[in-house]
Ligand binder design. Structure first.
Ligand code: AMP
Ligand code: MG
Length: 323
């Protein structure tokens, strides 16, 4: 997978979207902010550049990439057809944190889709990102800009920690405002099917398309093979607790949840979130900053798996190695 890795690249950090876009047009890699998490991008039509994303991240080759577009015209260069449910979802949710799985156009290199006959497409809702994508003048394939398996980056500094020396450029925006990845919906099936829970809730999708379904885990793994790999894990052990009292106080332990643990002052780090949206926004950042401060265990209080809580539970269960 990563035999000829070059880890001595000079990584340029810039706040200029046109400077970052010049790297993409030059067949190189640039990380950039979106409203969900930071992405690591390459020109979708340059298979060598796309391959370098897999190398830099050490990403398993069977995990396809989402391709980011600046406008709906670019969708037609990526998909050989746009099913009517996809049109409906694009009208309602683009730009936004929703990825549509569409039939892959033959122009799209196989490496982008990990050999699948489909392509994942999304239009981010983020000013700096949109300026960057417009300046790239090509759709940009980009998974999250972390080393494979680690929590997704919600700040440019987190990208730097994982990928400095492995990628050509980081476009420096602020902290991302959603903090969790896009929802992935397969539009090539009879009924639209959620393959990954994310920032757009199932309830919101069903308000637009009531027939939207959620696949069983085994079916998702067949249609989105990368989902079976380890994801979102910090170095510290993640432990899920329904009841905050079940978190063991220790100065090397961290705690995040909606309610405080029994002895908050006995933990090394504690973060209480005002609601589930704030929790979703904080999770990845908290996992990374707890690692950086040397915590050995991170307790996460569970939430009801509805609304954004469904995506939050998915990420926490994966971080804990339960899925
Ligand atoms: P990441 O950008 O690292 O958060 O991962 C991209 C997500 O989109 C993964 O869950 C992929 O499995 C999913 N994905 C991207 N393209 C496709 C596709 N063509 N078919 C199914 N899932 C996809
Ligand atoms: Mg990822």
């Amino acid at each position: 997978m990563c035999n000829n890795l070059m880890h001595n690249v000079d990584t340029v950090c810039t706040s200029s979207p046109s400077e970052a876009a010049a790297f993409i047009r030059d067949g190189r890699l640039a990380a950039f902010p979106t409203e969900t998490v930071y992405g690591l991008g390459a020109d979708v039509f340059d298979p060598n550049a796309v391959q370098r994303i897999f190398d830099a991240k050490e990403r398993p080759p069977d995990n396809p990439l989402i391709t980011h577009v600046a406008d709906t015209d670019q969708v037609h260069t990526l998909a050989r057809a746009i099913p009517s449910v996809a049109r409906t979802l694009m009208d309602r949710f683009f730009p936004g944190p929703l990825t549509l799985i569409l039939p892959r156009h033959s122009n799209v290199p196989e490496v982008v889709s990990a050999g699948l006959d489909t392509v994942g497409v999304r239009m981010p809702d983020h000013d700096l990102c949109q300026q960057f994508l417009s300046a790239c003048d090509t759709p940009v394939s980009a998974p999250s800009a972390n080393r494979s398996g680690r929590p997704s980056p919600t700040t440019w500094e987190a990208v730097y920690d994982d990928l400095n020396g492995r990628i050509d450029c980081i476009l420096q925006g602020g902290r991302t405002n959603r903090g969790l990845e896009s929802t992935v919906v397969d539009c090539t099936t009879e009924r639209p099917t959620v393959l990954r829970a994310g920032a757009i809730t199932l309830e919101a999708l069903r308000a637009t398309l009531p027939e939207t379904t959620v696949e069983a885990e085994s079916e998702v793994q067949a249609r989105s093979p990368g989902t079976r790999h380890r994801h979102y894990a910090p170095d510290a052990q993640v432990r899920l607790v329904d009841d905050p009292e079940d978190a063991t106080p220790d100065e090397q332990h961290a705690y995040i949840g909606l309610e405080p643990p029994a002895e908050p002052e006995a933990f090394g780090r504690v973060h209480i979130c005002s609601d589930v949206d704030a929790y979703a926004h904080a999770l990845f950042h908290f996992l990374r900053t707890s690692d950086a401060s040397g915590c050995t265990a991170i307790y996460c209080q569970t939430v009801e798996p509805r609304g954004i809580g469904r995506a939050l539970m998915d990420r926490m269960e994966r971080a804990a190695g339960l899925r």
